[in-house]
Design a protein around this ligand. Structure first.
Ligand code: NAP
Length: 505
């Protein structure tokens, strides 16, 4: 079990917080010097053991998280499975090993000038600070995707737990500590702090030993962390996933043929998890037609039947109510449909509104995220106005095409526009539900994330916590195993521009 991090009594809260952060980051830095040298196969076992330890306390985790977040047991169990699956996926990735992108160019002394031997691979950046997300108490919190991808890379992690599920976060940290002990990892490989984002959180971000930050939450929170990181003497990357309204384009032929199914599917997606997903379809777009009107009236019926439910925490519920009221206060909006029952304490009332594209285009506030079970249907006069509206979108995590093969063939120019602002382009599906695999992109241009070159879901998420290093003219015995001539790990490498697992020489 790791030693608890403590500070002397009798000092101010701010000083105590700072002292705690200093001690924590010193521990993270020292542990990194040991952890980064631990072979990938042992780090893989550590990740798998975290999953096993979580599974052992599953019932308690579900009970505590249920109380703290109001999420149902089925969802929480599914999320624990996903969290364990993510840890196992990263374990498999690093056990196989090719992810480190080894590239080798052997020497050519006969060239003029002589060509040196150069060998490149990815190495961990150092201690990473992870902010737990409120809307994923497991999969994007203490042992979530940010944490396990950083641990897989060989970075140590300091988690700033989310106060909305503090007890859950402590329990998961307990499971991580057991895994550290069972697999002989350095005791401070993962540390856990609770406290205010504005004090403890910012102090962690600006600490000189912090080398990168992972975050999922509000636009204002992510931006505050990014700005703090950029004000440092040595700026560091902040990988923040912040805000997205995930535009869905409903094409005419599918509206004619599939309106009832579309309405059912989208009512489900808009209200899944009471809309508390970053992939929630916050805006639907279509060209005006009787088929679009018919779809909207079917959607209204579906939404009316959905029961309001409690949101994750009071702050999110208040933000939803305020965001919805602000949205509905804008000129030109019409309520299409809303849940028949009024929302009770801490509950969100699902609602769908519509607005003409001419109004939407003139008012940038209408494209701001309302985090919860809300969606705005933008009604365009024609295809040209649809194109203008799409050109106006800021960066998004996803965008969706709902269309028949005829729709797709007739609208490739529109689909081309969609690819330009989103990280994931979906055909005939819903944006909610994110696969965790090698091909997933859960990222997108600003303000969806702070850096659209990366993903926070899937195996490529590891790339946020590494940097490339090139060894020039090293003797074979000095090289890391990944770059040695004999290729003892048997990984895929690019040797003199050819992909191969062969040894050199
Ligand atoms: P949040 O307010 O952004 O908080 C997330 C984490 O960041 C918390 O640990 C928080 O600390 C910290 N933080 C927030 N603002 C900060 C600042 N200015 N400086 C330093 N640290 C800061 O997110 P939330 O609590 O999950 O939900 C609030 C709103 O965020 C929601 O209503 C929604 O609009 C949005 N949200 C979006 C997504 C998404 O995926 N797009 C997901 C979740 C939430 P504290 O513990 O001190 O608050």
């Amino acid at each position: 079990m790791s030693e608890p991090t403590t500070v002397a009594a009798g000092v101010s809260t701010a000083d105590k917080d700072q002292a705690l952060v200093n001690k924590t980051m010193e521990n993270a830095h020292s542990a990194f010097q040991l952890y980064r040298r631990i072979p990938a196969k042992d780090r893989a076992l550590f990740l798998e053991t975290i999953g096993k330890e979580m599974d052992k306390i599953r019932e308690e985790l579900v009970a505590v998280a249920g109380k703290e977040t109001h999420l149902p047991a089925a969802r929480l169990n599914g999320e624990i499975n996903r969290t364990i699956g993510q840890a196992n996926l990263f374990a498999a990735l690093i056990r196989e090993g090719s992810w480190i992108e080894a590239a080798i160019d052997t020497e050519d002394p006969g060239r003029t000038p002589p060509k040196p031997d150069t060998r490149k691979m990815l190495i961990p950046v150092g201690p990473v600070v992870v902010f737990g997300a409120s809307n994923f108490p497991f999969a994007f919190s203490t042992a979530g995707g940010d944490t396990v991808s950083a641990l897989a890379a060989g970075s140590t992690v300091v988690v700033k737990g989310h106060s909305a599920h503090a007890q859950t976060s402590e329990l998961v940290f307990g499971a991580i500590q057991k895994a550290i002990e069972a697999t002989g990892m350095p005791p401070m490989t993962v540390q856990h702090l609770l406290g205010s984002g504005r004090t403890v959180g910012i102090a962690l971000v600006v600490h000189p030993y912090t080398t990168a930050v992972g975050f999922t939450g509000s636009f204002s929170g992510g931006k505050a962390l990014l700005e703090a990181a950029q004000r440092r003497e040595q700026p560091i990357p902040v990988h923040a996933e912040m805000s997205s309204i995930n535009p869905v384009v409903l094409f005419p032929d599918t509206l004619e043929k599939n309106a009832a199914a579309l309405a059912k599917t989208y009512a489900g997606s808009i209200t899944l998890g009471m809309g508390q997903f970053c992939t929630n379809p916050g805006v639907l777009l279509g060209v005006k037609s009787p088929a679009l009107n018919n779809f909207l009236s079917l959607l209204a019926t579906e939404i009316a039947a959905i029961e309001p439910a409690k949101m994750l925490h009071k702050g999110i519920c208040e933000a939803y109510t305020e965001g919805l009221n602000t949205m509905l206060g804008h000129q030109g909006l019409t309520v299409v449909g809303e849940a028949a029952r009024t929302a009770g304490d801490m509950e969100a009332r699902p609602l769908v509104a519509s607005v003409p594209a001419s109004v939407f285009l003139k008012n940038p506030q209408l494209s701001e995220e309302v985090f919860g079970p809300f969606s705005l249907c933008v009604v365009c006069d024609d295809k040209q106005q649809l194109a203008s509206t799409l050109k106006n979108f800021k960066g998004q995590l996803t965008t969706t095409i709902m269309g028949t093969p005829e729709d797709v063939r007739a609208n490739m120019d529109i689909i081309e526009l969609q690819q330009q602002f989103a990280g994931r382009v979906i055909l005939n599906n819903v944006p909610t539900g994110v696969e965790v695999n090698a091909s997933m992109v859960h990222g997108g241009p600003w303000p969806a994330t702070t850096d659209g070159r990366f993903t926070s879901v899937g195996t490529s998420a590891i790339q946020r916590w590494v940097r490339p290093v090139c060894f020039q003219n090293f003797m074979d015995e000095m090289l890391p195993a990944e770059l040695k001539n004999a290729n003892p790990l048997g990984i895929w490498r690019v040797v003199n521009n050819n992909f191969t697992r062969d040894k050199i020489g």
